[in-house]
Design a protein around this ligand. Structure first.
Ligand SMILES: [Mn+2]
Length: 409
């Protein structure tokens, strides 16, 4: 059935003359159902007249009673009370209107939609504006320029593991020549690059993790086991070169950090030689306002920086499980006061990392070349100098690396 029905007016006119739907359908050659639908729509619109309809009532249903011949005996019009007059709900804005229209586009009824949405939206916008306004007050704006007061919240640690100064290696035997000058130049160059890229934290710790010097005296043997060592030159020359080298590293660090703490730990190669290094540095910096040479003879280094607790030792005596025990028992208050704990080892010349309890426990690569003993053992770890920067509240913040290329063979 098309809308509007082309014979709609005809159907209505016939209906108003008293013709039944059956008669109309016969007269116009339409189905009764079609006539019924046209009449229903017309009735709803009021096009059939309102003589039966009381004010305030609406036509709900029209039924006809037919006799045996199909003639209309009577018409029953059911009316329902119309709803109360529409009143918009107070305080709610009109969100939208959906109209129900007839085939000719006349509005028969409509849905009016009132919603809190707009108010919720406005409330949300206001809440967000307030939140971000407060956030801007709570935190300073990020700037590209370093701010000194921010740097006070950071500490950078430069672990120097197993420098083995004075180690002598013949490249044809080990893959790479190595001697006192090569070792010194390599650390100077790597430290320069590392300092330049490490955040300008107020404090830096130069942490010599032991075995700074390859030989502990003029016998050129390991002090505990007496293994023969290949050594470049005289003991005193190496010791003095070691002091000069560490002074150069300290001077580099002073260009980036306000305060430098230097700690030398004894290794299995230099349990006495490290004393000479420490004494030399202590004398050199005795009046320096920004350099502290920590001359503690203890084999472990402990340092608390706010919420961060650091420990370190060479590692030839202490294993990670012992470290955990020593750290907690000998430094109870620091252990308890810090949420973040770290422990740094040297000795094994390569990187390892594990978590013991909640202590992150690491060993570091050396940047020294292999000696003949290690080369014969197939030792081929990489060489890296690392800096680790900690935040005073949040723990480890970032790292910087300088990698030494392996020898080309
Ligand atoms: Mn060692």
């Amino acid at each position: 059935m098309t809308f509007p029905h082309p014979q709609r007016d005809e159907i209505i006119a016939l209906y108003k003359t008293g013709q039944s739907r059956a008669a109309i359908s016969k007269m116009l050659g339409l189905t009764k159902d079609c006539v019924q639908k046209v009449l229903q729509r017309a009735a709803i619109k009021g096009d059939l007249g309102t003589k039966h309809v009381l004010p305030g009532f609406g036509i709900d249903k029209i039924s006809e009673h037919l006799d045996a011949s199909g003639a209309v005996k009577g018409t029953h019009v059911r009316q329902r009370v119309k709803g109360p007059m529409h009143e918009p709900p107070p305080g709610l804005p009109l969100k939208g209107v959906s109209s129900y229209v007839d085939s000719e586009g006349h509005v028969i009824g409509e849905w009016r939609l009132y919603r809190e949405k707009m108010q919720e939206h406005e409330t949300l916008v206001k809440a967000l504006e307030t939140r971000f306004a407060n956030a801007a007050l709570e935190r300073p704006l990020l700037t590209a320029e370093p701010v000194l007061s921010t740097d006070q919240d950071f500490l950078s640690v430069y672990p120097i593991a197993d420098q083995h100064l004075g180690l002598l290696a013949w490249g044809r035997e080990t893959g790479e020549d190595y001697d006192l000058k090569i070792g010194s130049d390599r650390l100077r160059a790597a430290a320069k690059r590392l300092v330049e890229q490490t955040p300008a934290s107020a404090t830096a710790i130069l942490l010599n993790l032991g075995d700074w010097q390859h030989n502990d005296d003029g016998r050129n043997k390991t002090p505990e086991h007496g293994f023969n060592l290949d050594v470049d030159s005289r003991y005193m020359k190496i010791a003095m070169a070691g002091v000069d080298l560490m002074v150069d590293v300290i001077e580099l660090a002073l260009q980036r950090h306000q305060t430098i703490i230097v700690r030398n730990l004894p290794g299995n190669h230099d349990p006495h030689a490290y004393v000479a290094l420490t004494v030399g540095l202590k004398a050199h910096y005795r009046n320096h306002p920004r350099v502290t040479i920590d001359a503690s003879p203890a084999p472990c280094f402990y340092y608390r920086f706010g919420n961060v607790f650091l420990g370190a030792t060479h590692g030839h005596r202490m294993k990670p499980q012992d470290m955990f025990n020593d750290m907690a028992v000998t430094h109870r208050s620091d252990w308890a006061a810090a949420d973040f704990r770290y422990f740094y080892f040297g000795h094994i010349h390569h990187k390892t990392a594990q978590e013991v309890g909640d202590v992150i426990c690491e060993s570091f690569r050396t940047i020294a070349s292999n000696d003949a003993f290690h080369a014969a053992g197939g030792y081929n770890a990489g060489r890296t100098l690392t800096s680790i920067t900690h935040h005073i509240e949040e723990g480890e913040d970032c790292r910087r690396y300088v990698n030494i290329k392996p020898p080309r063979r």
